[in-house]
Design a protein around this ligand. Structure first.
Ligand code: HAM
Length: 467
């Protein structure tokens, strides 16, 4: 029998990776080589202002929040709807309002290569309204309860808790005008914070409707005109164009004027007043902490009746002005305004970065969902190959396991197991390979046990209570 000499593995790999065919040199390449000195320092691109990377160390907060979102939306019967990040600019101009800061100052807009005016979405409500109309969801049994999670973009001045790219978890409910729906949406937002450990208070107001709001707007203009000398330039402009936005001014000089401004609740018609009363009654029943905020308006023009913002509870806010962790309200005319059939709607948006800042500030540790039951350590070549197979068996048996096959030293691997807070470390060395065994080490007690390799999965299952 002719025995062919076996090629070593490394040689096989070498012959498999073919060199590219030589390319003809260009005339300049044939000239005498130039001496090019390496640049002293190469500028590395940075993230854009107000935008940030989410590093591995922060991911546990995002996973924690995602799990809570999935759990709450499932139990309240919300379905996920994802929309594109890029939309026609007109969608936001028509919905947020031309004079809103979002449209005037904060839209990330540009002409694309086809000369279409497009914008990165600054919020989730308008895209969901568009999707609701586009997909004929008005024909589904109402209410249609939707949620979304994703990045939003606003060209704002970056500061604490304010970014140019931020993420929102939002819900939108279409087809229910009842006050109980406003309360359910507010309850859901409040439960979200409560169940991740953040105490909040809901600030709530009503913006009335197209019938009663103009009376209030007239009164507001009369009042603000009498204080014109104290107003900032923006407010002077708002006075003529969009009076309700006067109450949204953040300029310190305008705050005393706002404090004594007339309250919209005194101008609500009977139906709007009743709606507000019913929302508050439901919140009382559900024991949702709230305060009436008669000057609360929101950054978008589409709201009517209920508007609310979720603020940190006073006992958790360490002095200083607390920022809104979330906000929302009712927008009963927006679907029609975008060409759909008249459909009442309401919802909220929660800023995830602000929530994470609070979790960190209040030292709330997310539960460790990535804690492996088993860390698989190996020593020597034969053991590594066997450990590789065992690792796959554990994964197939749905046992949360992790390993670092590139580490050679047992000490280094045990350090990783400790850092990952693994419950058990399974050790496979030369001796174990020969004996057909594995060593299971309880990382808490330090106790070690020898188990037959063939029984490894069953034994580990028993130990972690997965029989
Ligand atoms: P919004 O109040 O503009 O409402 O945003 C919702 C939440 O997103 C805010 O309360 C805040 O926590 C967070 N947020 C907003 N801008 C930033 C930023 N620049 N940096 C970090 N976080 C930010 C809306 O967007 C509405 N679409 C909510 C809604 C849904 N209304 C009805 N349905």
């Amino acid at each position: 029998m002719s025995m062919k000499q076996k090629k070593p593995v490394a040689a096989k790999i070498k012959t498999a990776v073919k060199k590219p065919a030589p390319r003809a040199a260009t005339p300049s390449e044939n000239a005498a080589p130039k001496v090019v000195s390496a640049p002293r320092s190469v500028a590395t691109p940075q993230t854009l202002r107000g935008m940030r990377d989410i590093l591995p160390a922060e991911q546990k907060y995002w996973r924690f929040i995602s799990r809570k979102i999935e759990e709450l939306t499932a139990s309240y019967g919300y379905e996920r709807l994802d929309t594109p990040i890029l939309e026609e600019t007109a969608l936001f101009v028509r919905t947020a309002g031309k004079q809103s800061d979002i449209v005037e100052k904060e839209l990330f807009s540009f002409l694309d290569k086809g000369e279409d005016n497009v914008s990165l979405r600054p919020e989730g409500t308008a895209p969901l309204v568009r999707a609701y109309i586009n997909h004929g969801m008005v024909n589904l049994p109402q209410p249609v309860k939707l949620y979304y999670v994703g990045p939003m973009f606003r060209y704002e001045r970056p500061q604490h808790g304010r970014f140019r790219e931020h993420h929102q978890f939002g819900v939108e409910v279409f087809g229910d005008a009842n006050a109980v729906q406003d309360s359910e949406v507010i309850l859901l937002a409040q439960l979200f914070y409560k169940e991740i450990g953040i105490k909040t208070t809901v600030h709530i107001n009503s913006l009335g409707c197209a019938t009663c709001r103009p009376n209030y707007a007239n009164e507001l203009v009369t009042y603000y005109r009498s204080k014109r000398a104290h107003l900032c330039e923006d407010c002077k402009r708002r006075l003529a164009k969009n009076p309700l936005r006067l109450l949204d001014c953040k300029e310190p000089g305008c705050q005393p004027v706002k404090e004594t401004a007339p309250n919209i609740v005194d101008f609500l018609d009977e139906e709007c007043k009743n709606h507000l009363m019913r929302v508050l009654e439901y919140l009382d029943d559900l024991q949702v902490p709230y305060v009436l905020a008669p000057h609360l308006v929101r950054g978008f023009d589409y709201y009517n009746r209920t508007v609310f913002e979720i603020m940190l509870a006073e006992e958790s806010a360490e002095g200083g002005q607390s920022v809104a962790l979330g906000g929302g309200g009712r927008y009963d005319t927006l679907v029609e305004q975008l060409g759909g059939r008249p459909t009442p709607a309401c919802g909220f948006g929660i800023g995830i970065e602000r929530v994470i800042l609070q979790l960190k500030q209040q030292m709330i540790e997310p539960s460790d969902d990535r804690r492996p039951d088993v860390f698989l350590a190996q020593l020597g070549d034969a053991a590594r190959r066997k450990a590789f197979m065992l690792f796959e068996e554990l994964r197939a048996a749905s046992i949360p396991a992790t390993a670092n096959f590139s580490k050679g030293s047992l000490k280094g691997q045990l350090e990783i197991a400790n850092r990952l807070n693994a419950k058990y470390t399974v050790i496979l060395g030369q001796k174990e390979v020969i004996d057909g065994t594995i060593l299971i080490r309880d990382m808490e007690s330090g106790m070690q046990e020898i188990v037959l390799y063939d029984k490894a999965v069953a034994e580990i299952k028993k130990k972690i209570g997965r029989t």
